[in-house]
Design a protein around this ligand. Structure first.
Ligand code: HEM
Length: 216
C-alpha cells in the first residue's frame, strides 16, 4: 500500500509550464514520423511481418492534480498505415505521465479493438532508456479487453522500451503477449520504430496564459 497523506484533497502549488517539468518524458514532446516501422502480428497461417509508416503527435497538457498528487504529461495520438493499403493499420491514443514526487511514469493506451491499458514504471530525468509494463489482472497497471478478445486473443502482458538516440530521434520496442485462444506460451506481438521529429511541441494551454498574463 503506497503511503498517502491524510489530506487527500489539498492540491500543491505547481509550475504552469509542462515542457519544463516533464522530466524523463521531455524528449518525447513534439510531432514525429517514420516510414521504417516493423510489426509482427498473429495470423492463422503463422506470424505476419509487415513494414509500416507512422505519424505520432505528443502534445503537452496542463499539469494534473489528484488532490496532493501532481502529474505532468503528454497527450498522444499515433496513426499507422502501410504502403500496400489505404485503411488504417493501427491507431492508438492516450497519455504519458510523470510524477516528480515518486519518479513514476505511466502510459495509457486505448485502441479501437475495444482494449485499454495502464502501464507503469519508474525513471529519472535524463534517462536514455525508459520502460513501462502492464499485466492482465493487475488493478494498478493492468489490461482490459472486450469479451471477444478475452476469448480469442487474451492479452496477458504489455511492455514498451524507449531508447533516446544521440541524434534526437527515439526508438521504441513493444511486446504484447497474446494467448491466441488461450494458448501458452503466448504469441509475442511486437512492434518497433525509430521516430524523427517533424515539428516542435506546442506549449500547454496554461503555459500560454501564464506568459501573456491571460490575454490569450
Ligand atoms: C505499432 C503498434 C501496433 C501495430 C502496428 C499493430 C498491428 C496489428 C495487426 C496488423 C494485427 C493483426 C490483426 C489485423 O490485421 O488487424 C494486430 C493484432 C492485434 N493487436 Fe496489435 N498492433 C500494435 C500494437 C498493439 C498494442 C500496443 C496492443 C495492445 C496492448 C495490440 C493488441 C492487438 C490485439 C489484441 C490483436 C489481435 C486481434 C486480431 O488479430 O484480430 N496491438 N495488431
Amino acid at each position: 500500500m503506497q503511503n498517502i497523506s491524510d489530506d487527500v484533497f489539498t492540491e500543491p502549488e505547481f509550475s504552469p509550464d509542462t515542457l519544463a517539468n516533464l522530466g524523463p518524458l521531455r524528449r518525447l514532446a513534439g510531432t514525429w514520423a517514420s516510414d521504417g516501422g516493423v510489426d509482427v502480428n498473429p495470423k492463422a497461417e503463422g506470424p505476419e511481418r509487415r513494414a509500416f509508416r507512422e505519424r505520432m503527435v505528443m502534445q503537452p497538457i496542463d499539469p494534473q492534480t489528484n488532490g496532493p498528487q501532481l502529474l505532468f504529461g503528454l497527450r498522444y495520438h499515433t496513426h499507422i498505415n502501410t504502403a500496400e493499403e489505404a485503411i488504417t493499420f493501427h491507431d492508438q491514443v492516450g497519455y504519458w505521465l510523470w510524477e516528480p514526487a515518486t519518479g513514476v511514469i505511466m502510459q495509457t493506451i486505448a485502441i479501437p479493438r475495444g482494449q485499454v491499458v495502464l502501464a507503469g514504471g519508474t525513471a529519472n530525468p535524463g534517462d536514455d532508456h525508459i520502460s513501462v509494463e502492464a499485466r492482465r489482472g493487475d488493478t494498478k497497471f493492468g489490461i482490459c479487453s472486450n469479451a471477444f478478445l478475452e476469448e480469442a486473443f487474451r492479452t496477458d502482458f504489455y511492455r514498451i522500451d524507449i531508447t533516446f538516440n544521440p541524434d534526437g530521434s527515439w526508438t521504441y520496442v513493444t511486446r504484447t503477449d497474446l494467448a491466441v485462444r488461450g494458448q501458452i506460451p503466448a504469441f509475442n506481438h511486437h512492434d518497433t520504430n525509430t521516430l524523427r521529429r517533424v515539428a516542435p511541441p506546442i506549449p500547454n494551454p496554461l503555459a500560454g496564459v501564464s506568459t501573456d498574463g491571460g490575454t490569450g
